[in-house]
Design a protein around this ligand. Structure first.
Ligand SMILES: Cc1cc2nc3c(=O)[nH]c(=O)nc-3n(C[C@H](O)[C@H](O)[C@H](O)COP(=O)(O)OP(=O)(O)OC[C@H]3O[C@@H](n4cnc5c(N)ncnc54)[C@H](O)[C@@H]3O)c2cc1C
Length: 485
């Protein structure tokens, strides 16, 4: 058996401390094992942003990083061949957009002309009079002066952003993107072994790929999504629940060339949202119980379109199952104002221009994001209901935090797989992620309860909120990704 001695030289970049660190790795040249500093498993939105971040920061730009993506990668050009936007879109908040700028991906994303900023959000409840308008316009009850001219976020297709991030990652000299190639298993790794005392080749975890090749690395970052294979294989536990709902998604053509408002209406079965897209299109995300979702998916296009229009505009009595609710529902019209499209500034909906698809909705939170030499980010560690448009934004905040911690480790001469450093990342992000997850779950429960007292309370709450500008500003700041508490 021939043994190879490979030397990696660590030189801190311009922002570093100007010190060079050396690590010596032994490898068995009989195997085709490559050695990296970091392996990122999953090149979705979060994994590819992580790679760009490590490649763009002066502290980490010398680290040898492999990004492994199981699915084939589309070029940016391929994602915009069709003028009709894809059915998967995301509302990106200001903090995420800032990250895209920092890692050099924003110009690529913008160059596609598929970016639609929005300045207003209109939320209202089907079972009553309550509604909230976030944003500034002549129709706002109290002008939110500090928000003038500020975008609340941007709606962009997932695949456009992913392709842009991957293009940026490929252009960075320290990043190697391998795709389509799945990670099959993590070997030479014991999750209970706490201390990463050595970084010799023999002690490092080994990622086995589908083509049977191997990569060893000092740090493995799991960004392999909500059905993380890595987590399953390692038996890492999490806590979660199914909402017994599906999100039915599709693309519509609007009767206007441009729309800068995001609309969300809470129906008795769940929320329906209209996300405005560039070019006068819009994305529908209709979260509803499984039975209703299946019904919506089976409808012909014309009937489905009618359902969408109806769900935004019609009055709809709550279907209470309790005695009081049923009694009152028979006598009281709970939608006295019966808001019309004009009052809501809802753009005219012209046609359905895509197929429909659905996604099961659940929430899930991994108990431990990190172990020695291993760390999970994005949906792999936390899944939320899409009604607040926060899932990937939380993942991008993970990227920012983890990149910073890795950079600090490099600057201080620590091992980047050190469990103590990873724990500081976990502590920082877990608190924020859990706060958002609990808020979204509470919101879900409030709007999923159609008993009369709850309907009355939430309508009162929304009307009250709509008149309290400072409170609205706090909510807008949170949705933009700012830390309030
Ligand atoms: C209907 C809907 C609407 C949403 N809207 C919003 C929104 O408006 N705003 C928002 O912030 N969030 C939103 N989300 C949430 C958002 O889509 C997710 O949070 C985000 O896609 C998660 O990104 P990720 O990179 O962590 O995971 P994923 O997107 O799941 O990516 C994981 C990647 O890993 C790859 N992979 C998996 N296993 C392996 C393996 N073994 N080897 C190699 N590669 C592997 C996969 O191919 C994939 O590319 C929405 C979600 C849904 C369902």
């Amino acid at each position: 058996m021939i043994r190879n001695l490979i030397k990696f030289k660590y030189t801190a970049g311009t922002g570093g401390i100007g010190r060079s660190l050396s690590r010596y790795y032994c490898t068995n040249s009989g195997s085709n094992r490559e050695q990296y500093d970091v392996v990122i498993v999953g090149g979705g939105l979060v994994g590819s942003a992580m790679a760009c971040s490590l490649g763009s920061s002066p502290n980490t730009a010398h680290l040898k990083v492999a990004l492994i993506e199981g699915a084939p990668i589309q070029s940016v050009q391929e994602t915009i061949v069709s003028p009709v936007p894809d059915i998967r879109t995301i509302s990106f908040n200001q903090q995420t957009i800032q990250l895209f700028k920092d890692i050099g991906a924003w110009d690529i994303i913008k160059s596609t002309n598929r970016v639609n900023p929005f300045t207003q959000v209109r939320v209202w409840d089907t079972s009553g009079f309550g509604g909230v308008h976030f944003g500034s316009s002549s129709n706002d009850i109290a002008s939110m002066d500090t928000l003038e001219q500020e975008y609340m976020g941007y709606i962009i297709e997932n695949k456009v952003v992913t392709a842009s991030l991957l293009e940026r990652a490929k252009s960075l000299p320290n990043i190697t993107v391998r795709s389509p190639l799945s990670v099959q298993s993590l070997e030479n790794y014991d999750i209970n072994q706490q201390a990463a005392s050595t970084s010799t080749a023999g002690s490092l975890p080994i990622v086995r790929l589908k083509d049977n090749s191997e990569i060893s690395a000092k740090l493995i970052i799991g960004a392999d999504g909500g059905n993380s294979v890595l987590k399953k294989q390692l038996g890492i536990s999490s806590m979660g629940k199914s909402y017994n709902q599906k999100a039915v998604v599709c693309t519509l053509k609007l009767g206007v060339d441009q729309c800068d408002s995001l609309y969300q209406r809470f129906l008795t079965t769940g929320p329906i949202a209209l996300l405005p897209l560039a070019g006068g299109y819009a994305n529908i995300i209709w979260s509803t119980n499984n039975l209703h979702a299946n019904y919506l998916l089976e409808l012909d296009d014309e009937s489905f379109l009618q359902q969408v229009k109806h769900s935004f505009l019609s009055g709809d009595k709550p279907s209470s199952t309790d005695f009081l609710g049923q009694l009152f529902n028979n006598y009281i019209n709970l939608n006295p104002t019966n808001l019309s499209g004009n009052e809501l500034y809802l753009p005219p909906i012209e046609s359905l221009v895509s197929k429909r698809a659905s996604f099961p909705l659940r929430t899930d939170h991994t108990f431990e994001y990190t172990h020695s030499r291993l760390c999970f980010i994005g949906d792999a560690s936390h899944l939320v209901h899409p009604m607040a448009g926060q899932g990937v934004n939380l993942g991008m905040a993970d990227v920012k935090s983890l990149s910073k911690k890795i950079g600090e480790s490099v600057r201080s001469g620590y091992d980047i797989g050190d469990s103590m450093m990873l724990k500081t990342f976990e502590e920082e992000r877990k608190t924020e992620n859990m706060k958002m997850m609990l808020s979204i779950d509470t919101l879900f429960n409030i709007f999923n309860n159609n008993t009369l007292p709850m309907v009355a309370m939430r309508n009162f709450g929304m009307s009250f909120l709509n008149h309290i500008t400072p409170l609205k500003k706090i909510i807008v700041d949170v949705s933009k990704g700012k830390k309030i508490f």
